[in-house]
Design a protein. Structure first.
Length: 156
């Protein structure tokens, strides 16, 4: 999810509901520091309503308008790469803890290797700092024992 950043925002709060009036909250994420957030675990073929609250310097919460979307997951991907596009930080989130060492490589659009990361730790999430990259399109390649994927990523 991505929304417009507010200059005076100290943090954001993101909520999801299955009803438009938010009388019941399905997911609630307080204290988000950026203007984007990756969501996993939503049910397939379900309509969701969402809103973002801006927390100002006085601690007051100001809600956005309410938006909605319907999930239509037709793939069974076991990972997500977000936010994409990104300005600096990129997260790779796995449905299950990855227990094998991995190599993550970043290539430019011409296929030249820009940087590789050796990942040794067991984790469900890997965060990469891509702030060193110029604006453009890149290819991320993840490779571990028996598991390989590539994703196009955009840096702005």
């Amino acid at each position: 999810m991505r929304w417009e950043a507010e200059i005076c925002a100290e943090a954001y709060r993101l909520q999801f509901s299955k009803v438009a009036d938010f009388s019941t909250i399905f997911l609630d994420f307080p204290n988000i520091s950026m203007n984007s957030f990756g969501i996993l675990g939503l049910e397939n073929n379900e309509k969701y309503y969402w809103r973002v609250g801006q927390i100002d310097t006085e601690g007051m919460l100001h809600w956005s308008e309410i938006w909605n979307f319907k999930t239509d997951r037709t793939d069974f991907q076991t990972y997500r790469v977000y936010p994409n596009p990104t300005a600096d930080k990129l997260t790779i989130w796995f449905d299950e803890t990855i227990e094998n060492p991995a190599i993550i490589s970043i290539f430019n659009i011409a296929g030249q290797l820009i940087r590789s990361y050796n990942i040794e730790e067991n984790s469900k999430a890997i965060e990469l700092n891509l702030g060193y990259l110029s604006d453009g399109i890149y290819i991320l390649k993840y490779q571990s024992e028996g598991f390989i994927f590539t994703e196009k990523i955009i840096v702005r």
